[in-house]
Design a protein around this ligand. Sequence first.
Ligand code: TXE
Length: 492
Amino acid sequence: MTTSTIVSVPPDRLPAGLLIGGDWVEHSSGGQHEHIYPASGRTNAVVALAGEAEIDRAVRGAHAAQREWVALTPERRRDLLIDLADALHEHTAELGRLNVHDFGVPSLMTEGHVGLAESFIRFYAGYVDKAHGSSTPISKSFDINLIEREPYGVVGVIAPWNGALVVIGLNVAAALAAGNAVILKPSELAPFTSLRFGEICLEAGLPAGLVNVLPAGPAGGEALVRHPGVGKIHFTGGGHTARKVLAAAAANLTPVATELGGKSANLVFADADLDRAARLSAFQGPLGQAGQSCACGSRILVQDSAYDAFLEKLVGIVESVTIGDPFDPHVVVGPVISAAAADRIVGVIDRAVSDGSGELVTGGTRIGGALADGYFLQPTVFANVDNRSQLAAEETFGPVVSVIRFHDEAEAIEIANDTTYGLNAYVQTNDLTRAHSVARQLQAGSIWINRNSDIQPQGPYGGYKQSGSGRAGGEQGLHEFQQVKNIRIGMS
Ligand code: TXE
């Protein structure tokens, strides 16, 4: 394992207020959050948090902005979203750095996150002047029957700390294209990128109040979910919080779409290209975002006859990467989000070692030396893991993977599906018939065969089981933010 030293942090402006109706609100009723930069453990900003009063002000103003938005022609709304995508493109470097300031993701990856958000905005801009309803004949009459799709009005989008730009692309773009105004609530742990995005919406010419950005913690989040003026909630986060969101939404029976966690299986068959499978498994597993990704392939299932050779290749790659300052362009693995997360993940590792869930073959501890002030963990691989263990059952959300042995296709599918989650699954094989057969039997919303989880706007992304109900991308992603109306005109 190579570690890098902490390079100088770029002196970027870190937006730290609330953006409501086009105005910056510096003082709020939700208190403040001391934002810690996870690579140094030092405070880099004090962020205002929205409380019920600010949420209410934003929702009221958003209704006026939404009426202004849908009063524009479809072509004008389309062109404004294209202007927004162009503006994001112009600010790629700045937004990429803010993403690093937000949660310590390596700068190597962050411009790709901006590109994802831009591609989704461009994709959904194309729907604005093409999304149409339909009409259908009605039996036993000559009535005219129209099936229309209409916006909810004001929607609330709640984002996790590890994917502000992903949520902006997957959900905010679709919500705007569907004709809604948005209250975007980023995590208190990662507010900067979302706040700057809100400013860029104004700079691109979107109506003030159409996109409001209100960082908040649980209290502000709950106030948004409970607000009677919010037509729909889109929640991205963990299952534990999702239960609270769904309970709060019951107050007004507000519909909720969810994108939740995962414990995704990555099936490596003996006929696969093991070098490529090991590289994909390493980066889709403990290395990408230090394993802090919902799409993490955290259970690597390997066929018996390839097991030893694959494990050696995987460990070799994991031990070869550079860990350290996310602003260092050579760094592949940065810190985890917080001291609490680091302690939690080390706890998971120690418990797995003590209860014999698997055999620790590399990693397992915090990293000291020049990185001691940050929250850095060694990428960790357990071998011969029992799939029924806590290590294999619960989302770790850190740089830890479990390698699990299987004998044949049937056993691989049984192990892969033996989980409460169902977000992604990965299949490494050169046998196309097997790939297709296995993909159809895996209980997950997104199956990736011989490739990593590169989310693009054309393919709907979302989970089965306790990984959530929402879909982002494709026409399904647009429908998440529309409600259906049937209009029947009597002709008799
Ligand atoms: O989630 P949390 P985090 C999942 C990932 C992991 C989690 C990590 O798998 O499980 O997200 O993100 C707000 N009422 N995904 O730790 O704690 C909170 O402020 C309303 C899946 O941030 O659940 C934050 O903004 N809101 C995803 C948001 O909820 C509340 C991709 C999420 O917080 C609240 C990325 C409350 N009571 C991460 N309490 C996918 N499937 O695409 C907290 N919040």
